[in-house]
Design a protein around this ligand. Structure first.
Ligand code: COA
Length: 335
């Protein structure tokens, strides 16, 4: 007996970013740096940060509402919520449960995935597995991060890079037999875990030894991350293109994780893509971790740079190290 896999439709995509903008010029109040140093090495001019009680949960909720509106579904149609973030706001309750409560949905499963900046591709792969097996019909995936709360704002080599934001996708069973996932693959290499870390240190029981409160911030070996990604990503994208029976020129857009403009440029060169095909908004948002791919996608459509219907290579990479690529069909009206 053969099990027929059910095709998947990307039905809606949404995003949300905080209002507050911090420019490279503003950062000069914190440490010795310059707009020129940051922009030439990263492509970043400014980033958005949460204020007051605002968090990735609020951003994720708004992004989810936008994706649900675009998908033209009711919240009651959602069978499963998966939230991805590099660092969830709380370890528990899960961010997915918090957003589920804000959406007013009960009695469906909701859980978080931590795959760092590959989170959107990881959750899309999981959604595909759940939908294609027939287990669930409609899955809401949310990628949200508030990195600005996790940076050491005295560390000028890391805090310049990150910004806050959220993206969301509603994925459903396809109603026309067409699968929007042309190829998808996710990977990890835990032996490279020390490249990017955010320890949750906690403290030992005071009866064991005196407590020492250790600060917990994002630490990154930027050079090693850069070398690894530039080496691995182009070959990996080639592999995913082959699996989709496509050549680079057959795909309309490249929507990469927005980590560093120099990384995006290096991969663009390998793919032989013109600037029109490559979506980059790192200049205005910095690295929003798991959220960067859906933000770039939805904002690219909003700004008119991405035309629908079309096809795109989505790719993420980040702490773990984790990485993933999805070659997808983008239908009219999804964002
Ligand atoms: N402003 C001015 N000078 C700075 C600075 C800043 N914001 N940050 C670091 N510097 C200085 C360093 O102190 C160092 O000075 P020194 O030579 O006197 O010691 C010099 O600039 C070079 O620092 P270095 O850390 O070697 O810079 P770099 O060329 O590797 O660039 C990154 C740093 C982070 C921009 C770069 O490594 C990078 O983008 N890596 C990839 C990060 C990434 O994509 N992460 C993805 C996470 S998903």
């Amino acid at each position: 007996m053969t099990n027929k896999l059910i095709p998947l439709k990307i039905a809606g995509v949404g995003y949300s970013v905080p209002e507050k903008i911090i420019t490279n010029e503003d950062l000069k109040e914190l440490y010795d740096t310059s707009d020129e140093w940051i922009y030439t090495r990263t492509g970043i001019k400014e980033r958005r940060v949460v204020c007051g009680e605002e968090s990735a949960i609020d951003l994720g909720f708004k992004a989810a509402q936008n994706a649900i509106a675009k998908a033209k579904i009711n919240v009651e149609d959602i069978d499963l919520i998966i939230a991805a973030s590099s660092a969830p706001v709380d370890l528990y309750p899960a961010m997915a449960c918090r957003i589920q409560a804000k959406l007013g949905i009960k009695n469906i499963p909701a859980f978080d995935v931590t795959a760092a900046c590959s989170g959107l591709i990881y959750t899309l792969d999981m959604a595909k597995a759940f939908i294609s097996s027939g287990m669930y019909k409609t899955v809401l995936i949310i990628a949200a991060d508030n990195n600005s709360r996790l940076c050491d704002w005295e560390d000028r080599s890391v805090s310049i890079l990150f910004g806050d934001g959220a993206g969301a996708m509603v994925v459903t069973q396809s109603d026309d037999g067409i699968d929007d996932i042309l190829s998808i693959d996710i990977r990890a290499d835990g032996s490279l875990g020390e490249f990017i870390t955010l320890p949750l240190t906690g403290q030992n029981c005071p009866l064991v030894e005196p407590c020492e409160q250790k600060p917990s911030y994002v630490k990154m070996n930027g050079k090693e991350v850069y070398k690894f990604v530039v080496k691995v990503l182009p070959e990996y994208i080639d592999k995913c293109l082959k699996e989709a029976n496509m050549k680079a020129e057959d795909v309309d857009y490249f929507i990469p994780h927005q980590a560093n403009q120099r990384i995006i440029d290096a991969v663009q060169q390998r793919l032989g893509y013109s600037d029109e095909k490559v979506i980059s908004n790192i200049k205005y948002y910095g690295n929003t971790s798991a959220a960067s791919v859906p933000i770039a996608l939805a904002e690219g459509v909003e700004s008119g740079k991405i035309k629908l219907p079309s096809t795109a290579i989505l790719c993420g990479f980040g702490a773990g190290m984790t990485w993933g690529v999805a070659i997808v069909r983008l239908r009219e009206g999804i964002c």
